[in-house]
Design a protein. Structure first.
Length: 245
């Protein structure tokens, strides 16, 4: 089994307009459209970063059916989402959703297995990403990767706060994950934008995915607005970094 295609991601998208603007600067790699959800928004409450978290009922309408897009819901909570929570996320995300990234507490392996079966009954194979935070390693991923429950891991100690990526540390984790589970996609995140993408160019050239959030935003009111000029510059920087010399 080979690893899934690498992507270039933008997280915190809240409208179809933002998706279309990103597609207009398409970087060549698959564009990962990351729409954020949390236990608060799933309960109908407003997230403190409300400019990054749409209302749960609007998620399905944000995603595009453009084949260049990989549409993922990024769900974050302090406690593992149970089977009922996963089923509701699946229902609310719509048929254009290609999968999920789990931030914070991960689902337990049994619930994730049942969730995958639910997804596969629609005839679709989900992309399932686990956000690997500070201190996470191969041992943390093993219960999921060894059973074929996930497709990717994202090395990300930032968690959307904009904390710069420890490139050297990420490279070590990347190498360990690639050696242990060559069938997994591996991504990196943390303070990425056009100016910092060159720092991770060696990982991009080893087929790492990348994801950016805080570095593409303007201001901090409600988590800041997505700056579409920064988005375009970031996508162009990724395209330049992976272009054969």
């Amino acid at each position: 089994m080979s690893a899934p295609p690498a992507y270039v991601g933008i997280s915190g998208i809240v409208s179809r307009t933002e998706v279309l603007a990103a597609i207009s600067a398409f970087p060549g790699r698959q564009l990962m459209v990351g729409v954020l959800a949390s236990d608060r928004t799933l309960a109908g409450q407003q997230n403190v970063w409300w400019r990054r978290y749409p209302k749960i009922a609007s998620i399905a309408g944000i995603f595009s059916d453009d084949p260049r897009c990989l549409n993922l819901v990024h769900y974050g909570a302090d406690t593992p989402p149970d089977g009922d929570t996963l089923a509701r996320l699946f229902e609310m995300s719509g048929h254009r959703c290609h999968g999920f990234q789990f931030n914070g507490a991960w689902p337990n392996a049994h619930d994730l297995w049942a969730f995958r079966r639910l997804y596969e009954r629609t005839g679709r194979e989900p992309r399932i990403v686990l956000q690997l935070g500070r201190g996470g390693g191969v041992a943390h991923v093993a219960p999921y990767a060894s059973r074929g429950l996930i497709t990717d891991v994202l090395i990300d100690a930032s968690g959307g706060t904009g904390e710069p990526l420890d490139v050297e540390g990420a490279a070590e984790v990347f190498g360990a994950q690639r050696a242990a589970y060559p069938h997994l996609g591996i991504g990196v995140a943390g303070g990425l934008c056009a100016e910092t993408v060159p720092q991770v160019a060696p990982l991009l050239q080893r087929s790492a995915s990348v994801d950016a959030e805080s570095g593409l935003r303007d201001g901090d009111d409600g988590g800041g607005r997505l700056d579409l000029e920064r988005v375009k510059a970031y996508l162009q920087a990724v395209a330049a970094a992976v272009k054969p010399s």
